[in-house]
Ligand binder design. Sequence first.
Ligand SMILES: [Mn+2]
Length: 439
Amino acid sequence: MNKAKTLLPLTISVMLACGSAVAAGGPGGEIDYSAYQDKPAPNLKAEEKINGFPASMQPWRVPGEPNLIKRDTDWEGTYKRRDLDKINPKREPGPIDLQRYEYVTTKHGFPTYFGLPVALNTEDLKAGDVDVAIVGLPSNFNMGGDGTAWAANQLRFVRQYDFAGVGHDLVLNNHYFDILNVVDYGNANSHVSFMNDNFVEHAKVLREIFEGGATPIAIGGEHGTQVASIMAVVDHYGPKEVAFVHFDAHMDYSTAGAGTLGLFTHGGRARRFAHENGWIDGADMHSIGIRGAYDDAERVEYLNAAGDKIHYMSEFERKGFEATWKKVREELKGKKLYISVDVDVLDAPYVPGTSNPEAGGFTSAQMGRMLRELAMQNDVVLLDFAEYTPLMDDNHYNTANTINRMMRAFLAGKAARKEGNTDPDYIHPAIKQTYADQK
Ligand SMILES: [Mn+2]
């Protein structure tokens, strides 16, 4: 198969967006890593910063030249913040509850995640002692990501139940919204064309949430959102402090694109970029559910050589979900985690609204369980969901409903952990006593 040919659509989309800057790598050509490969792990404190982030995190820019990609639009206006102190001079910091009624249907109330209060800045998060901030990172840019920018808002409309802040978990038997302080942090702005600047803005918003002491649940956008997530995590926690759990049907080690700009695509090299900069070791790169028809032997070799922890779907299928998952869980024990969920890790029928569906994946019950248990066992500093595209969903509902349920499972686990329960095998006694074997 002619690889260059299969990669062409993505190359074209990158070229269109980036104009002449793309010429360096050549359409479909090999990528020149020399600008950043084999560098020692950067001292992120001392390094020159561009737009608030270390220059090495933004290889699409020339240090000292923040606007490598020349623009003739008012692009900075996209990310310009309003002066909220001037707009609301009497407002005290803290979450703001927008719902007038106890019974808030998605047809009547303000559409926030689970009908929850909103927060606008770091001070709101601190004042509200917020544990989890759900934030939209809408982006639509990459090939295959058509419509993903609608995901963040669609999930506000489709939230399973109509009562605001209602949630009970029937494994842990806990009311997670009573235990956790959870807010809707709104969406980060995105420019329709400038993906790289969106990464910077999205990373800034994630960092605001970290600084507010909360865990973000970030709703993409296509999976390029990993770039923003890695930038924010490494900048805030430092290199090699946080392990990366990649739930995905795909390896996302595509070599598609051209020049450094081609790195940052929805199936691209964000993790490879993190690898090669020394920000995350192979032993801390855990990929789960891999089975993509696009991934090839070359990538298998690369990941093996890099020491990545790969758990193909075939491993779960051959050895059984229960045994394999417990082994993976053990491998992750004690690590701080950034969990990235490409929703196509689920079996295709559970997620009709995704860009690159793959049959043969996890059920929603298995996926919910994995997120619940990791939220209990591990310090999860960031969870993101990517590649949900409402435009392709059944009845505008099915995929959203599945993702909602995944968020709920994670929140239930997080709530248990907040109460000191870090045992992922825990099942509430009142639930367990009804199991057929009573074990
Ligand atoms: Mn994928």
